[in-house]
Ligand binder design. Structure first.
Ligand code: ATP
Ligand code: MG
Length: 360
């Protein structure tokens, strides 16, 4: 069986370090491993409209921003097809058929959807498309026959939903769709990076982010005013490293060489944590170190982004070519799906022959 990757992001804003830690870094490593036959990355604009129907301009403005972030992180268009969801209408078609394989109560039980409904303040006015977006994700994944989906932890329920739809479809109509596997980051903390404000998730929609495109000054300002340990008032007070986003970011991004270079007093994060928990280490010092660590990751990304910002016509062509390739694949799968369902009336003459025999 072919090894195929599908992932994506909603163009609701520029990408942040949560995306990098949770998914982008993995994607680049998998891409460069050479172990995959096809790799697709989707700009999920149609999905983003499910909770931004009144603000399509936001989505329109962020499509290229997200592609720039991909290219800046090392996504290589020679190996990976980047495409726009709404430009592949077969994905809507598949969604429409899959919707019949799930119940409304099943959709309402999805824990990520429940969280997002709360966060977005929908209360009882939930857009139907929003409630059903996990089904459209199933369409995205299966249209490409993806075997692996590298994403953050909030996507676990979506992958579960996709698997259920695949099983249900294959049971009713015969084996057609492929069951995907989820790939979460090795480092558990990277699966759901908290926000600068200490909120459980850094999220574009919450605006608590360090963006991959932030300038050196912006990153520094954000880190210096970050939420830390509210009980650590004086330097000599014992500090808490758990649920402290500064330490969580260090856990996600720092390594021994950063200590050797910027804080040789400690060999690794465990040593720093022990010292902080004992008391005597000021938050400002830890934040300065974090800033140095983040700069090591962000500087090359920022520089590559600048290059692509000056080559927007090429970026447009990359997206157009990627979308063309993705569309061909989705058309093929949709043909198979419709054949399995027996609704491929004009694909060959078997249906009309059957009807002829029925009446003659
Ligand atoms: P929105 O607020 O519009 O939903 P978002 O910041 O949640 O935006 P998405 O486009 O929904 O970003 O998510 C894209 C991918 O990034 C998914 O695989 C998701 O799991 C991952 N991701 C998003 N936020 C984080 C985070 N804070 N930590 C780790 N992974 C994340
Ligand atoms: Mg999200």
């Amino acid at each position: 069986m072919q090894k195929i990757i599908l992932t994506g992001d909603r163009p609701t804003g520029k990408l942040h370090i949560g995306h990098y830690a949770g998914s982008l870094k993995n994607r680049v490593e998998l891409q460069d491993s050479g172990n995959f036959d096809e790799i697709y990355i989707e700009i999920a604009d149609a999905q983003a409209l499910t909770d931004n129907a009144d603000n399509p301009e936001k989505i329109r403005q962020n499509v290229i921003e997200v592609v720039l972030d991909y290219l800046a992180c090392g996504i290589d268009p020679k190996k990976t097809s980047i495409f726009i969801q709404s430009a592949v209408p077969e994905l809507c078609e598949l969604t429409f058929y899959y919707l019949n394989l799930v119940t409304v109560s099943r959709l309402e039980r999805n824990p990520t959807i429940k969280d997002e409904i709360k966060l977005r303040g929908f209360k009882t006015s939930i857009p139907a498309g929003f409630l059903a977006y996990p089904v459209s994700q199933a369409a995205d994944i299966t249209a490409f026959k993806a075997t692996l989906v590298p994403v953050g932890e909030d996507q676990l329920p979506m992958l579960e939903q996709t698997k259920e739809i695949v099983r249900s479809f294959n049971n009713i109509y015969g084996k057609t769709l492929v069951e995907p596997e989820i790939l979460l980051p090795k480092n558990k903390l990277c699966s759901r990076l908290p926000g600068l404000d200490g909120n459980a998730k850094m999220s574009k929609s919450l605006g608590n982010c360090i963006y991959l495109s932030d300038s050196e000054e912006e990153v520094k300002k954000k880190i210096m005013s970050m939420y830390t340990d509210p009980t650590h008032l004086k330097i000599e007070d014992p500090g808490h490293t758990e649920n402290n986003p500064v330490f969580i970011y260090l856990e996600a991004f720092s390594n021994a060489s950063h200590f050797a270079k910027y804080w040789p007093e400690f060999q690794n994060l465990d040593e720093l944590k022990k010292a902080y928990e004992k008391g005597g280490i000021g938050d400002m010092k830890v934040k300065k170190f974090l800033n140095n660590v983040m700069e090591e990751t962000l500087k090359p990304i920022r520089e590559r982004r600048k290059y692509w910002e000056n080559h927007i016509k090429e970026v447009y062509q990359i997206l157009k070519d990627g979308t063309e390739k993705a569309r061909q694949k989705a058309i093929e799968t949709t043909k198979e799906v419709k054949a399995a369902m027996g609704i491929n009336y004009f694909e060959n003459d078997s249906w009309i022959k059957e009807q002829e025999n029925k009446f003659n």
